[in-house]
Design a binder for this molecule. Structure first.
Ligand SMILES: *[C@@H]1O[C@H](CO)[C@@H](O)[C@H](O)[C@H]1NC(C)=O
Length: 277
């Protein structure tokens, strides 16, 4: 391990001037295959997964035209094969399809963990009970849905689509509350700022902050040089992080037009962003 540690230290730019690395005198942390639970059943790429806030359930969405809700037992347990006991199969199409339109691209649980929303390449959003029963199908988008999120309160569901728009759905009536048509190209990600305001980002390089009831963006963040892949608000809703095909991640403040931080260390497109509360 001494050899491995040495190589790591030499490659780590933080190791010289930055904070001291953690104690590495013991064996590097290894994860043994016996400690990994593998969920088997999907027959194509898996695009998305999400834990139920109520615990022990994991939802996954795949190119095989299904989402699955898995019951995860406590502790490591090797492989879980898809079966009625291990969870539910949420079929998005009856019979066989071989088209791309069957992909389940995104999914999100409501705050109570009672309902799962799935977004699909066919442009429809679907609402399922935790038992895998289809409750609603939401049609209005004219292109694939890439992002779908409940607000904290659970009264609105937000979807972003390749049709360039974002839609807020009223979860009492399941009607379209408002459609936002600000982007000039596909909407790639959406994220709630609070219960009635959110941001959207697009392949048009732009980020808009939108508010329910407002016909125009309440804020525009412009500065990325290429497609903006993902966005995430900090828990207080004052800072927004974004990442892009321009190889940067940026942080924006609602009080400012220009980004407040610009991270240019990436040497490839930036695809995913996580904020630690
Ligand atoms: C959103 O609504 C929930 C439930 O009513 C509330 O607990 C929460 O504080 C609200 N969030 C914001 C940012 O207002």
């Amino acid at each position: 391990t001494e050899h491995i540690d040495k190589v790591k230290h030499e490659e780590d730019p933080l190791a010289s001037g930055g904070p001291k690395p953690m104690d590495v005198s013991t064996t590097p942390h290894e994860i043994f295959s016996a400690d990994v639970t593998v969920l088997e059943g999907h027959s194509s790429e898996v695009f998305a997964c999400a834990w139920s806030p109520a615990g022990s359930l994991l939802a996954s969405g795949s190119g095989d035209s299904t989402a699955r809700i898995w019951t995860i037992p406590d502790g490591p347990c090797g492989s879980i094969q898809s079966s009625p006991a291990s969870g539910h199969v949420l079929k998005h199409f009856k019979g066989r399809t071989n088209e791309k339109s069957k992909d389940v691209t995104t999914l999100d649980w409501n705050g109570e963990g009672t309902l799962l929303a799935t977004g699909s390449y066919d442009g429809q959003a679907r609402i399922w009970s935790r038992d895998g029963e289809l409750k609603q199908t939401l049609f209005k988008h004219k292109g694939p849905i890439f992002s779908l999120k409940w607000n904290r309160k659970g009264d609105f569901l937000l979807s972003g689509s390749v049709d360039k728009t974002a839609i807020v759905w009223d979860t009492k009536t399941w009607e379209c509350k408002q459609q936002f048509e600000f982007h000039s190209a596909p909407t790639l990600d959406v994220d709630w700022r609070n219960n009635n305001s959110f941001a959207t980002c697009s392949t048009d390089n732009m980020i808009y902050v939108c508010k329910i009831g407002d016909p125009r963006p309440v804020k525009t963040f412009s500065g990325h040089q290429s497609e903006v892949n993902a966005i995430k608000w900090d828990p207080t809703g004052s800072l927004l992080a974004s990442c892009s095909d321009d190889w940067t991640a940026k942080i924006w403040s609602v009080k400012q037009d220009k980004c407040v931080y610009d991270f240019k260390e990436h040497t490839k497109v930036c695809q995913i962003i996580v904020i630690l509360a």
